[in-house]
Design a protein around this ligand. Structure first.
Ligand code: 1GP
Length: 265
């Protein structure tokens, strides 16, 4: 008999352990389209130095796997924390990463993004020895580029009950992480109300990203129940190494404050 424990690989175990130890964690997202390999490794080094738990690499409109490979290699040689692919399509798979979010865009209207790309990508994941981490991906609010490319029917911010239904379905389908995505650079991050409602029904960790720019955003999302905070744009827009560091520090301070607030209730 194969137990679920046997299916959980080193990277997933690392994330679960860190969530258990710290209450909630940060992952830095790097969009390969926006960076050179050099800038990617700088962001990753600063993230690791500030105690981020992993680096995610991926972007909505990425098509050059060669550039992705170069970015992943640069990041891998710069840091020890795991590098997890965040693929937009089969072109988002690199043999040089540690793991891949094996994700399904659940509220897409196009079966390609629910199971089609996954079927094409699965043999490559096997061939490259990447650790697949099953994740249900749910798009909310304005959504932005990922909503357009992924042909999503985004869940309105004021309909948390729909996010709850999607998240529960994902959990019942066996997905071991759920990601509420407001869209990269979104003006409005996922609301506290939606996070709280989804977290209340979940047994598996909840990832929240899109539009998180301040320590207050991170704090509110974590206090409401987010286990993992993903930030991308904020770091890429930084003008210097010092600014990247300051911005990550602030987000991580917000995450810690959010964890403290959970216990004060
Ligand atoms: C996008 O959730 C991530 O997929 C991160 O969003 O770029 O707004 O931080 P930001």
């Amino acid at each position: 008999m194969v137990s679920e424990v046997a299916l959980i690989g080193d990277v997933e175990r690392h994330l679960l352990n860190k969530i258990e130890e710290e209450g909630a964690i940060h992952i830095a997202l790097i969009d390969p389209e926006d960076v050179t390999p050099k800038l990617a490794s700088t962001i990753a080094e600063e993230a690791e130095g500030c105690q981020s738990s992993a680096i995610m690499i991926g972007g909505t409109t990425l098509v050059s796997t060669m550039h992705l490979d170069n970015v992943v290699k640069a990041v891998k040689s710069a840091v020890k924390i795991p590098v997890i692919l965040f693929p937009n399509n089969i072109t988002g798979i690199s043999r040089y990463a540690d793991a891949i979010w094996f994700m399904s865009l659940l509220n897409s209207s196009d079966p390609y993004f629910i199971a089609g790309a996954q079927v094409l990508g699965a043999p490559l994941v096997k061939k490259f020895g990447l650790e697949p981490i099953p994740m249900g991906y749910i798009i909310v609010g304005e959504a932005g580029a990922v909503g357009v490319i992924g042909r999503a029917c985004p869940i309105p911010h004021n309909k948390p009950e729909l996010a709850v239904a999607y998240a529960l379905a994902a959990q019942y389908l066996g997905m071991r992480f759920i990601y509420l995505e407001a869209g990269s650079g979104a003006k409005r991050p996922v609301s506290k109300e939606m996070i709280r409602a989804v977290k209340a029904v979940l047994e598996v960790p909840l990832i929240v990203g899109g539009g998180i720019r301040t320590s207050q955003h991170a704090e509110d999302a974590v206090a409401a129940g987010s286990d993992i905070i993903v930030t991308g744009t904020l770091l890429e827009e930084s003008s210097s190494r010092e600014e990247v560091r300051e911005r990550i520090k602030k987000i991580i301070e917000g995450i810690k404050e959010g964890v403290n607030r959970r216990y004060k209730r």
